[in-house]
Design a binder for this molecule. Structure first.
Ligand code: PEP
Ligand code: MG
Length: 328
């Protein structure tokens, strides 16, 4: 297995017609960073910061957070890291918030979690903002907010960072060289207000794990539903195509960071819809880079448009047949 990784590490993900696709990886622990040079990803497109909050019995101290984020940036070197602020609450319950927490939410995935919780627990959000700003002193910082449902939530979250930035400035502390903010698109409602959101952000990342459970009203953790809905269904694909169209020309970098992007046929479909940035589980980085090199983007765009014009059920079988015909 190691040998296979080594072989794919240096593969540059250019499509057959010469477009460089960005293939980044998802991470959540300091140790995950060891995979970055092994798989040869372009950076970390999703660093799930909640992991350290979930393994801790008490709210992690700011200094500890700073140390971890700094180590992550050190490990990434010149490659970008997108830190996602905490997505705790809901089904990812933590003991130190338990008294008022969502473990008793009837629908935890749709409950008091992620940004919803962080915006009300300002102390938690402030300490994370400060830790990230301090860790990135003298370098670039990319911050992404989870479960943004309406543009004002993005504004409120960014205001917490601005507040901490003002404080650090007043203390004459070294600041990040640049700070870029982005949002996850995982609540379908946000797609309807992209015209309002896009001018405020630098990047947008579609979280298909949550997005599809909300699109289909189907719990992502319920095994009885696991096989029922296909990522290659017209509903998901048309939704994704609309997001690409809404983002095109805005200057906002669009990517995907859900598990969908790490699967072969799904990645092929996403290339056809216009996605040019993938952040995926480390083991998928090599195989997806290899796939990209076999794909002509114009051809897969045409086939996706054709299949989506008059779809029957899932497009999986048809796309699979086309891919085989093409030797992909
Ligand atoms: C997603 O929802 O697609 C996502 C990437 O975030 P998470 O899996 O951490 O909820
Ligand atoms: Mg999510």
């Amino acid at each position: 297995k190691q040998a296979a990784y080594a072989e794919l590490r240096a593969v540059e993900p250019f499509s057959r017609d010469g477009t460089r696709i960005q293939v980044m990886m998802n991470a959540g622990l300091r140790d995950d960073m060891a995979s970055l040079p092994i798989v040869g990803a372009d950076g970390v497109g999703l660093f799930r910061t909640e992991f350290q909050f979930l393994v801790s019995a008490t709210l992690p101290q700011r200094e500890r957070q700073t140390r971890i984020y700094r180590d992550v940036l050190d490990a990434a070197g010149d490659k970008p890291v997108i830190f996602r602020t905490v997505d705790i609450g809901g089904d990812k319950a933590v003991p130190y918030l338990d008294s008022e927490n969502a473990s008793n939410d009837e629908n935890p995935a749709m409950g008091w979690r992620a940004l919803r919780l962080a915006l009300e627990r300002e102390g938690l959000m402030k300490s994370q903002a400060r830790a990230l700003l301090e860790a990135a002193a003298g370098r670039s910082l990319n911050v992404m907010f989870p479960m943004v449902s309406e543009p004002w939530e993005f504004d409120a979250a960014k205001a917490v960072f601005d507040g901490q930035l003002t404080f650090l400035k007043s203390q004459k502390r070294i600041l990040p060289d640049s700070i870029r903010y982005g949002a996850m698109l995982e609540v379908p409602a946000l797609a309807e207000t992209l015209d309002i959101l896009l001018p405020r952000i630098s990047f947008l990342s579609v979280g298909t794990n949550d997005l599809t459970q909300f699109l289909f009203a189907a719990d992502r953790a319920n095994p009885k539903l696991a096989e029922r809905y296909d990522w290659l269904s017209p509903a998901v694909l048309r939704f994704m195509r609309r997001v690409v169209q809404a983002t095109d020309g805005s200057g906002v970098e669009l990517g995907i960071c859900g598990e969908m992007g790490g699967r072969r046929l799904e990645a092929l479909a996403l290339l056809g819809l216009g996605f040019r940035r993938f952040s995926i589980t480390p083991v998928a980085v090599g195989p997806i880079k290899e796939l990209i090199r076999k794909v002509n983007l114009g051809e897969v765009r045409d086939v996706m448009n054709r299949l989506l014009a008059a779809p029957t059920g899932s497009l999986r079988a048809e796309l699979q047949a086309w891919a085989e015909q093409q030797g992909i």
